[in-house]
Structures are given as structure tokens and as C-alpha cells.
Ligand binder design. Sequence first.
Ligand SMILES: [Zn+2]
Length: 78
Amino acid sequence: MIGLGRGLDEPVCSRAGCSEPAEWSIVWRNPRIHTDGRTKTWLACTEHVGYLRDFLATRDFPLEVLAGVSDRAKGDLA
Ligand SMILES: [Zn+2]
């Protein structure tokens, strides 16, 4: 994902072209490829958290929206 190479001290939104500070973590899974229960985590600013959540929801991916950049999210950026 674009924007994740800046280091974990300054997490930013995962939306392409957005460099706002991340305020939310979206933990999601694609059941077709994540067959071992692994999850992916996207970070989002407040403006884009709804966009990213809907993007995944329309694909019927299980997802969880967490306020802030959780420790769980920090350890699972991909
Ligand atoms: Zn954003």
C-alpha cells in the first residue's frame, strides 16, 4: 500500500494519494486467499475510513474498524 513506508511513528491513511494521519484501523480478511485466518490492516484518516470500509464491505469481506492505530494493526501492516 502507498504510504506505509514512512515508518510506524507516523502512520498515515492507506487511501491512495492521501497522507493524512491515520485515526482508524480497518482489520479485514479475504476468505478466498486468507485461508489460514490471517488478516490485513489498512489505516485510515477520518475522511476516508468510511470509503475504505465500504470498499471492503461491498466485497463481503469480514472486517473490523478500530479507533486509533492499534498495537494489533502496527504488527500486521501489509
Ligand atoms: Zn485519508
